[in-house]
Write a protein that binds this ligand. Structure first.
Ligand code: FE
Ligand code: FE
Ligand code: ZN
Length: 282
């Protein structure tokens, strides 16, 4: 099975440029922000650019691309206006994803800001039920979070609570983030099989459609969410390799979100591919 490895890239200069950049650094998938990560204004789209990007993805046999929602999106805010804004941003971003390529759209479930996890999960599912369309191609993914503050998604149970309330089941899934899961208290480095078995028991591994591969600056359970370059954190390169090559995750796109520029990501991708190849001949 093809291993889809990529990184978070900028789409600021257009989607065709982004896809070519991904190929240049040795990626066969990539992640990007559908709009400014801190702002709420959508970019204007250029059909020629989208067309060129699509053609390039097919030509190079890319795996699915991953669009990322802006960080300010909070579907379980206390203020109904902020929740409506979240729904509007997601609907707009999904329109872009539909026009670009059939792929994934990842979002942070949100922060319940004191309303409680249960109410937070209910509001997140309500937004998904308002936004998701049965005819859309894009699958919307809940990211596993560290659970810091009032963040929803730090426990696998949160994800199950949200997913179980969504009507359009085939249009939702989960994006695992190795740094976030470790920070949330799951022993990704020490006991990956145990963590995946736990996820399977609580949510079901079939829901995992994409993953973020990051090392963490902090120990298990720290709930800090500080990403480290692969091999420069508490997880280590071997743990990341075990994650990428785990049979339960075969075929999904893995995206680096490590604190590196494109060249740095390119070096990480080359190192990971080399190590994967070496493992498979053993
Ligand atoms: Fe994220
Ligand atoms: Fe992430
Ligand atoms: Zn993070």
């Amino acid at each position: 099975m093809t291993c889809y490895l990529g990184a978070h890239l900028s789409s600021a200069k257009g989607y065709a440029k982004m896809a070519r950049r991904a190929a240049e650094i040795g990626a066969n998938t990539c992640q990007f922000f559908c709009r400014n990560p801190r702002g709420s204004r959508a970019k204007s789209l250029n059909e020629g650019d989208l067309e060129q990007c699509r053609a390039f993805l097919v030509e190079r046999n890319f795996g699915p691309l991953v669009g990322h929602a802006p960080y300010i999106m909070n579907p379980c805010a206390k203020d109904p206006g902020i929740r409506e804004l979240a729904a509007r941003m997601m609907a707009e971003d999904l329109m872009l994803m539909e026009r670009l390529t059939p792929g994934y759209y990842v979002f942070h479930p949100g922060s319940h800001v004191g309303q409680g996890i249960e109410e937070g999960c209910r509001q997140i599912a309500a937004m998904l039920n308002a936004v998701l369309r049965p005819e859309q191609q894009t699958v919307v993914l809940l990211e596993t979070m560290t659970g810091k503050g009032t963040e929803v998604g730090g426990r696998f149970e949160d994800l199950r609570a949200i997913l179980s309330q969504v009507t359009c089941r085939e249009k939702v899934g989960v994006c695992m983030d190795t740094c976030h899961m470790s920070d949330a208290g799951y022993h990704v480095a020490g006991d990956l099989d145990g963590v995946l078995a736990e996820f399977d028991r609580v949510v079901g591994l079939r829901w995992v459609k994409a993953a973020h591969i990051n090392d963490s600056l902090n120990p298990v359970g720290a709930q800090k969410d500080r990403h480290a370059a692969i091999g420069e954190g508490t997880l280590g390169t071997d743990a990341i390799l075990r994650f990428i090559t785990h049979p339960a995750l075969a075929g999904i796109p893995f995206e680096l979100e490590t604190p590196q520029d494109d060249e740095g990501h390119g070096r990480e991708l080359a190192m990971l591919r080399e190590r994967i190849a070496a493992r498979s001949v053993q």
